[in-house]
Ligand binder design. Structure first.
Ligand code: IDP
Ligand code: MG
Length: 177
């Protein structure tokens, strides 16, 4: 038997997916992969996170599309929330991309997530394609490290280290009886 190739991949349900109430449909479609969910959280995306995530897109697509895509992922057109997930299992990256479909929703298979629910916005030209999913092992590692801390994942695949910080955090207020 061939050796197993266990991977993790980052999936984002983008702001249009949340506004259109597609979370359930998308999770159901992805459950066909039989992968496990190793992490999940709602994130409010700011410009810094958006730029880090799409760090190559400016060179690849030019300033105009880059700026529109940053606005889109930050929720300017829908809601400032994305659902970030890490899926894990054998060949997770290609399995998720197959079900997500091609980047351009008009070219994506009609039974893929992007083919079913995506659209091209005529005023901005942005592909509102409902989900993000990592496209390679290198990008999956880079992206998972941007969106998640190690202790937010049930399975940790990359090396970690302990750091003592003095960061002030919000905590639940203790009730006084
Ligand atoms: P991917 O999401 O399939 O990996 P990328 O090339 O990494 O595709 O592009 C990131 C996102 O930027 C896409 O999901 C899509 O929302 C948007 N995008 C990419 N290329 C174009 C384009 O040519 N026109 C409009 N939007 C684009
Ligand atoms: Mg990509």
């Amino acid at each position: 038997m061939a050796e197993e190739n266990i991977q993790q991949t980052l999936v984002l349900i983008k702001p249009d997916g949340l506004v259109k109430s597609l979370t359930g449909n998308i999770l159901t479609a992805l459950s066909e992969t039989k992968l496990i969910i190793a992490g999940a959280k709602i994130v409010q995306v700011d410009r810094e996170l958006a730029e880090k995530h799409y760090n190559k897109l400016r060179e690849e697509k030019g300033d105009e599309i880059f700026e529109e895509v940053l606005k889109y992922i930050q929720g300017h057109y829908h809601t400032n929330r994305v659902l970030a997930l890490v899926y894990q299992g054998e060949n997770a990256i290609s399995k998720v991309r197959e079900i997500a479909g091609e980047t351009n929703p008009e070219k994506a298979s009609p039974i893929s997530i992007r083919g079913k629910y995506g659209r091209i916005v005529s005023s901005t030209g942005v592909f509102e394609n409902v989900v993000h999913c990592s496209d390679s092992e290198e990008n999956a590692e880079r992206e998972i490290k941007i969106w998640f801390k190690p202790d937010e994942l049930s399975n940790i695949m990359y090396p970690t280290e302990e750091k003592t910080t003095t960061k002030t955090e919000l905590s639940w207020k203790e009730e006084v009886e």
